[in-house]
Design a protein around this ligand. Structure first.
Ligand code: ZN
Length: 507
């Protein structure tokens, strides 16, 4: 980015302003991290205010007409320079963010965040009390506000398009729905076939595993995967997440259950996948809008690639299982690697999305995606949502939730944000992870063998080279096409599932 900066002071001016905004946002992020890890409970009210203040300052600075003017003045470069040059990309992506930010009036943002804060509080109680009716009026208001939000972006084909674009820019209801419809047709019969087989025995994972040993082991694992502890750290939290303050400080959080080995280990590897992506973004983009993962879907593709395609694979445990047995000799000394492998890949029809296995997980997401579209289209009323939810669980997963707490009230998304745009990324990520892994393995067929000897460098380098370093330069669709040579498809994921679980369940 240095060449144009030497001759164009307006680019320098833009970058200076963007850096200031980034610094305020990073400070807010650090306050959030502290709140979720170490802050004493009595700090909550003041912390909420501090976060709101910083967010407002950053928003006001970013939507200042000065930014719009600079972008306008720099527009000729965006057109004359190569599309994938750093300069043209910086101007393009900043303009995209700017136009989105100025389209939404700040009065609406204030109204919306006040409403979602209230709705969240009511939901938390309603979920505990299994009382959907208590939160229904709030959800109706959320639906109304979600439509209002979408309508700040006229010209859409489907009312959910602007909401989807916020998380997965470049994706639309049309493109996502066509993938998801095919995916459902493939997955439902696979789940039925597996359900007709004996359930895998996962009891070896549900013994007592002391927290300190679990944490030690998972830290050893992620260091080997390539997580850079000079540029990151792990702490404990209630709901694990990855957070970035700069390319030099990308942190992860985890939670451990002493009676479930799955929880801590795989959530750590999952968040590490997100973190490897952020640690791999080019340092040239530091503190600009280019410095970050390009979409919710691509981000999730990296957490799921490392968690599932690597972390739940045979080669991975061929290498790590002896170390795990050494860490827990009493619990696992007499459990062979095959029993362990089958346990961590147990498939079952279950009610809770976040606990679901690789095969059934996407069906949970597809149900939510379809229902939120129906809500936004006005084809489904909020009061009829629980019944519609239960019906889809029956038809797609073959089970009916015994109550709304383990049904329609289980996820925070609709109750703490907009209805629309928050779920599709999970499944897009799973589809992308399979297509990307297949592309890497085609160029480097030695990858599985390397994983079996604890060597993750080839895979990690390939991802850095092809994906991570680009940050937000390319959209998800552009990246997938560039890296794999074709648009996003369901085939790589389906063939991965069929191969892995067909072998495990003899189907
Ligand atoms: Zn994730």
């Amino acid at each position: 980015m240095q060449t144009l900066e030497k001759t164009e002071p307006k680019l320098v001016q833009l970058k200076t302003l963007l850096t200031e905004i980034n610094d305020i946002e990073s400070a807010a992020a650090l306050l959030y991290w502290d709140q979720a890890t170490y802050m004493p409970p009595e700090g909550t009210a003041a912390r909420g205010r501090q976060l709101a203040t910083l967010t407002q300052i950053a928003h006001a600075k970013f939507t200042d007409p000065q930014i719009g003017q600079l972008l306008e003045d720099l527009r000729p470069y965006e057109q004359s320079l190569a599309y994938d040059s750093d300069e043209a990309s910086l101007i393009r992506i900043t303009r995209h963010d700017y136009e989105r930010a100025v389209n939404i009036p700040s009065s609406f943002t204030a109204k919306f965040s006040q409403h979602t804060a209230e709705c969240y509080e009511v939901w938390a109680k309603a979920r505990a009390a299994n009382d959907f009716a208590a939160v229904a009026p709030y959800l109706e208001k959320t639906l109304e506000l979600s439509r209002e939000l979408a309508n700040f972006f006229p010209g859409y084909e489907h009312i959910a398009d602007p909401l989807i674009a916020d998380a997965d820019y470049g994706m639309t209801v049309k493109s996502v729905r066509s993938l998801f419809t095919q995916l459902r047709q493939e997955l439902v019969p696979i789940v039925e076939a597996i359900a007709s087989q004996p359930v895998a025995d996962a009891s070896c994972l549900h013994q007592h595993f002391p927290e300190a040993e679990q944490l030690d082991f998972s830290l050893k694992v992620i260091e080997q995967l390539g997580y850079d502890f000079q540029r990151g750290r792990q702490d404990k939290t209630l709901h694990p997440f990855m957070i970035k303050f700069s390319t030099g400080d990308v942190r992860i959080t985890t939670r451990v259950r002493e009676n479930d080995l799955n929880e801590g280990l795989f959530s750590t590897v999952h968040e590490t996948g997100h973190a490897l992506y952020e640690q791999g973004v080019s340092r040239n983009y530091e503190a600009t809008p280019l410095a970050g993962g390009t979409s919710a879907g691509v981000h999730e593709s990296q957490s799921r690639l490392w968690e599932n395609m690597v972390g739940r694979s045979r080669p991975f445990w061929k290498f790590f299982y002896p170390q795990l047995q050494e860490t827990f000799p009493q619990q696992l000394g007499n459990v062979d690697v095959e029993t362990f492998y089958r346990a961590i890949n147990k498939v079952e029809r279950s009610l809770i999305r976040t606990d679901a296995d690789e095969v059934t997980y996407n069906l949970h997401v597809l149900i939510r995606f379809d229902l939120e579209l129906q809500l936004l289209e006005g084809k489904l009323a909020v009061r009829d949502l629980p019944a519609a939810w239960n019906e889809r669980y029956k038809s797609d997963l073959g089970i009916t939730p015994p109550n709304d707490s383990s049904g329609v009230l289980q996820d925070v998304h609709w109750y703490g944000g907009a209805i629309g745009g928050a779920f599709q990324g999970y499944t897009l990520g799973n589809l992308m992870s399979a297509q990307l892994f297949a592309a890497a393995a085609q160029v480097h067929p030695e990858i599985p063998q390397q994983i079996a000897s604890g060597n993750f460098t080839t895979l990690h380098d390939w991802l850095k080279q092809n994906l991570y370093q680009h940050g937000r330069k390319y959209t998800a669709a552009e990246l997938i096409q560039r890296v794999t040579g074709s648009p996003l498809q369901i085939e790589p994921f389906i063939s991965y599932i069929k191969q892995k679980f067909g072998e495990l369940y003899g189907i």
